[in-house]
Design a binder for this molecule. Structure first.
Ligand code: UDP
Length: 479
């Protein structure tokens, strides 16, 4: 084993941050890189895949030039092993992660052996690494070189907790369950969640599994367990959002940092926001919102990966139209899995706007937005919570099913319509979130939660204190 870290003694601290090459993961980890580099006491390299690096440079040039003005933050990239014309959407994820594991590990090792300094631009060797918990093989690689590694999980602490409890659920006979089981029955073997977690709310692979040694079930259990081999576990959450679950995780894994929502933390620290898009943002969405009345618009987005069948797309469309409300809908070019996303806009131009990709954080903060129809990806959930916008949740897969339950049943800042996609239901959910007493109650709770989040990321707040502890620990791990 080569002790790279020891050779690096007395070098300035140099942190390398490596997110999984997906929009949601970059959006979660980039603000952390920004906040840590802003602190000034260490250098930060943000590592992307070549493919994403090209897209980010093209679609977010202003962010890139802003960063290039900050001398202690830089971007590097390594190949993901796939040819550039290969799509990297939800249906190709297995291929992408297989390629990362088999191809990119060599480039990653070579980069670390060159001290993280492949451009020979005078940066000191890497002294500490934060790696996405979805890619444990990179963690193993860095540890084999003697470099301390912290794991970052971009999912909610609640979702990770459920993944960590899969072996206990199997032992208790609660997993797997038959296809015709009552999905509303509560799960009893997951501590701190007995009161609200139903079969229906378990991550999607739990519902699909027919045997205890199901491959996908094992894969996600192993990812969750592998993070605990790192020097510490970083979450994009805070006590204001998930205190009871964080204390459960602390009891089995003592070094955790709950520093989120990171997009809000970085704004509180640097007074500016940070984002980087793999698709071109249609900023005209903001001009359109400027012309709409206060809290009159339903914002709809299913994130960067979720896909709808053509039938689901039409049920949503008619539900929105029939609600009579104004809506702004992100219809990504690959949102509809088969068929087209063509719709009849005649007569609706005034109150309907479709865009391919929106500047989401700014949209959610806009005064014209009244509620958010979301697939409950963790970033989207955090962005809505921090902006005080009530949600209507239609989780699509994975951890999203846990998140929507948090929103609906624990925070009570939204409505969870998981598993149903009928136009009547869509219409009634939109109305409930936009009109009358229920809407007011949701808005009140959402506003309270947003205030809590601001307190938490502000000076002296729990997320800010965890961030400061994380910075101190990175510096001491770098010695
Ligand atoms: N996003 C965006 N514009 C859009 C749709 C989404 O900037 O039109 C961003 C959104 O702000 C969030 C990320 O894409 O930060 C999606 O991450 P999330 O965890 O919500 O879902 P995923 O895409 O990983 O399923």
């Amino acid at each position: 084993m080569m002790e790279v870290a020891k050779e690096n003694m007395r070098q300035p601290a140099h942190l390398l941050i490596f997110p999984a090459p997906l929009q949601g993961h970059i959006n979660a980890m980039l603000p952390l890189a920004d906040a840590l580099s802003f602190a000034g006491s260490l250098r930060v390299t943000f590592l992307n895949t070549d493919h994403n690096h090209r897209l980010l440079s093209f679609f977010s040039p202003s962010q890139y030039s802003r960063f290039s003005l900050r001398p202690n933050l830089r971007f590097l990239s390594i190949p993901d092993g796939l040819s550039d014309d290969k799509p990297r959407s939800a249906y190709q994820l297995t291929e992408l992660f297989h390629s990362l594991r088999t191809h990119s590990v060599d480039s990653f090792r070579a980069l670390l052996l060159a001290g993280g300094n492949k451009d020979r631009d005078g940066w000191p060797p890497v002294t500490c690494i934060i790696v996405d918990g979805l890619m444990p093989y990179f963690m193993d690689e860095a540890q084999a070189l003697g470099i301390p590694v912290l794991a970052f999980r971009t999912i909610s602490a609640s979702s990770l907790w459920v993944y960590l409890q899969i072996p206990q659920m199997i032992e208790a006979g609660e997993l797997p369950f038959p296809a015709d089981a009552d999905l509303d029955e509560h799960i009893k073997s997951v501590p701190a969640m007995e009161g609200f977690l139903r079969r229906r709310d378990l991550p999607s692979m739990c519902r699909k599994a027919t045997k205890a040694d199901d491959k996908e079930l094992q894969l996600f259990t192993n990812f969750a367990a592998s993070s605990t081999r790192s020097k510490g576990l970083i979450f994009n959450t805070s006590d204001s959002l998930e205190a009871p679950i964080l204390s459960q995780i602390d009891s089995i894994f003592p070094t955790t940092y709950a520093v989120g929502p990171l997009h809000a933390l970085v704004e509180s620290i640097t007074s500016s926001s940070v984002s980087a898009s793999l698709l071109a943002e249609d900023r005209s969405a903001l001009n359109w919102l400027d012309a709409q009345p206060y809290r009159s618009v339903v914002y709809v987005s299913f994130g960067s990966l979720a896909r709808l069948t053509h039938e689901e797309f039409l049920e949503f469309w008619h539900g929105f139209v029939n609600s009579g409300h104004r809506f702004l809908w992100v219809v990504r070019p690959d949102l509809v899995a088969e068929g087209t996303a063509a719709v009849e806009m005649a007569g609706l131009e005034e109150r309907v706007r479709l865009v391919a990709w929106a500047p989401q954080e700014a949209v959610l903060r806009h005064r014209a937005v009244g509620c958010f129809i979301t697939h409950s990806g963790w970033n989207s959930t955090l962005e809505s919570a921090a902006a005080g916008v009530p949600m209507v949740c239609w989780p699509w897969a994975w951890d999203q099913l846990v998140n929507s339950r948090l929103v609906g049943e624990v925070w009570k800042v939204g409505l969870d319509m998981k598993d149903v996609c009928k136009r009547e239901m869509v219409e009634s959910m939109v109305r409930a979130a936009m009109e009358g007493e229920k809407a007011e109650e949701l808005r009140r709770k959402a506003t309270d939660l947003a205030v809590e989040i601001r307190r938490s990321v502000g000076e002296g707040g729990d997320a800010r204190l965890d961030f400061e502890r994380l910075l101190r620990d990175i510096l001491s791990l770098s010695l």
